[in-house]
Ligand binder design. Sequence first.
Ligand SMILES: NC(=O)c1ccc[n+]([C@@H]2O[C@H](COP(=O)([O-])OP(=O)(O)OC[C@H]3O[C@@H](n4cnc5c(N)ncnc54)[C@H](OP(=O)(O)O)[C@@H]3O)[C@@H](O)[C@H]2O)c1
Length: 311
Amino acid sequence: MDYWERHLDPDLSIDRSLRGAVKGKVVVITGGSSGIGEAAAIRVAEAGGKVVVVARDEEKLADVRKKITDGGGFVKTYSCDITDLAANDKLAKDILKEFGHVDVLVNNAGRSIRRSLALSYDRFHDFERTMALNYFACVRLTMNLLPSMTARKNGHVINVSSIGVLTNAPRFSAYVASKAALESFARCAASEFHDENVHFTIINMPLVRTPMIAPTKLYEEMPTVISPEEAADMIADAIIRKPQRIATRLGVVAEIMHLVMPKMSEVVMNSAYRMFPDSAAAQGKAKARSSDRPPRSDGLSRPDAGAFTGK
Ligand SMILES: NC(=O)c1ccc[n+]([C@@H]2O[C@H](COP(=O)([O-])OP(=O)(O)OC[C@H]3O[C@@H](n4cnc5c(N)ncnc54)[C@H](OP(=O)(O)O)[C@@H]3O)[C@@H](O)[C@H]2O)c1
């Protein structure tokens, strides 16, 4: 009996490594030309996945393409502003035409804005811009790919959200609300597609040392900031296990505090709000970001450098 359990259990033959999960599989990573997305793209390609990287800037795409192909991996890149919904539709069509299907979609491209509400009364566009990328673009691409996933009864959508949704981080109302919207979408979708073997994972990413947070000097000394490679580990874990949510201990503690002691957690976050002011850029004292300059004459979008202060 013991012999059969040790040798014939079908579970024993399942490869639970990233390689086992992605070898030969088509993995689309939006925002895969920088930071977390780039680290994840490299990791998946090293494990034998067919990586499809989507971002706007051609030069950054060429860089990641070189890194992956130099390492012997497979990658195809698409330059697309996914907030342009017609371009988003075409992107999905082009990917499906080229690969036939998508096994894993990682909704990772995002923009963040750290600015208090008191400085945002005349900045409704901050709320529109975060929703455009962090919510509508992700929903559009997911909806574009879902029919092919349900047809094959196989699919996985990973949404890179933020620890801010669990901590109700002050100064991040525009950003956190857009990520919370994406989380709610994913949770409802998961209820609809569970029996069709299409799964949804939310990752409440902690702070990660990427170009996104570079403008916020406050984060330089923070011990809880992880590297893009550690963030890629979280994405790899999501791909392998397909859990509903991945969060760090700090995020879980903050969420529990909010549920069990909501007023206390509000006081704690309010104290943090008073201790750490808006950055110079958020106060309008620093240089405007590249993406706030007038549109380029060739019609292409500017890269989204320094999004964490989101002038
Ligand atoms: N860094 C953190 O501390 C942190 C914490 C929690 C959650 N997150 C989340 O993690 C994700 C990745 O962040 P990151 O820090 O790695 O950012 P990042 O280094 O700034 O990279 C952002 C990526 O998104 C692409 N992108 C931006 N706008 C796009 C658009 N309209 N269409 C297509 N691609 C677009 C960028 O390329 P182009 O500019 O060339 O398009 C780039 O590849 C985001 O969703 C972010 O909200 C980050």
